[in-house]
Design a protein around this ligand. Structure first.
Ligand SMILES: [Zn+2]
Length: 109
C-alpha cells in the first residue's frame, strides 16, 4: 500500500516533469529581409537618401548618428526600398532591433 509520503514524491516528480517539458527554448529571432516601412518613414528615408548627395535608395550617412557621419556598406540594414549604411556595429544593432522606432526619432536637418 503506498504511503502518503510516496504519493507526495510521485506528485512532485509529475509536476517537475510537466514543468521541464513546458520549457521549450525558442531560438532568438533575427530579422530576415527588409524591414517594412510606412509612408511617413518613406518621406524621411527619401530626405536621408538625398543627404549624401546621391538619390540612389542608399542612405549612406549613418542614421544612427543623425546622418552626422558616413556609414559603411558592411553595416547595412534594409528598410522599405532603402538600404541604410550605419557607421558601426552599435548603430547597426540599434537599427536591427527597432529600425522603425529609430527612424521615427531621427531628425533630418
Ligand atoms: Zn553611427
Amino acid at each position: 500500500m503506498p504511503t502518503f509520503r510516496n504519493l507526495l514524491g510521485l506528485l512532485a516528480l509529475t509536476l517537475a516533469g510537466a514543468c521541464s517539458s513546458d520549457a521549450v527554448p525558442t531560438a532568438p529571432t533575427t530579422p530576415t529581409g527588409p524591414i517594412a516601412s510606412t509612408p511617413e518613414l518613406d518621406v524621411k528615408l527619401a530626405a536621408a537618401d538625398a543627404k549624401d548627395g546621391q538619390v540612389d535608395k542608399v542612405v549612406h550617412r549613418c542614421a544612427g548618428c543623425a546622418l552626422g557621419m558616413d556609414g559603411k556598406a558592411e553595416h547595412s540594414v534594409q528598410v522599405g526600398g532603402y538600404t541604410l549604411h550605419l557607421c558601426k556595429p552599435a548603430c547597426l544593432a540599434r537599427y536591427q532591433r527597432d529600425a522603425v522606432g529609430e527612424l521615427t526619432k531621427l531628425t533630418i536637418r
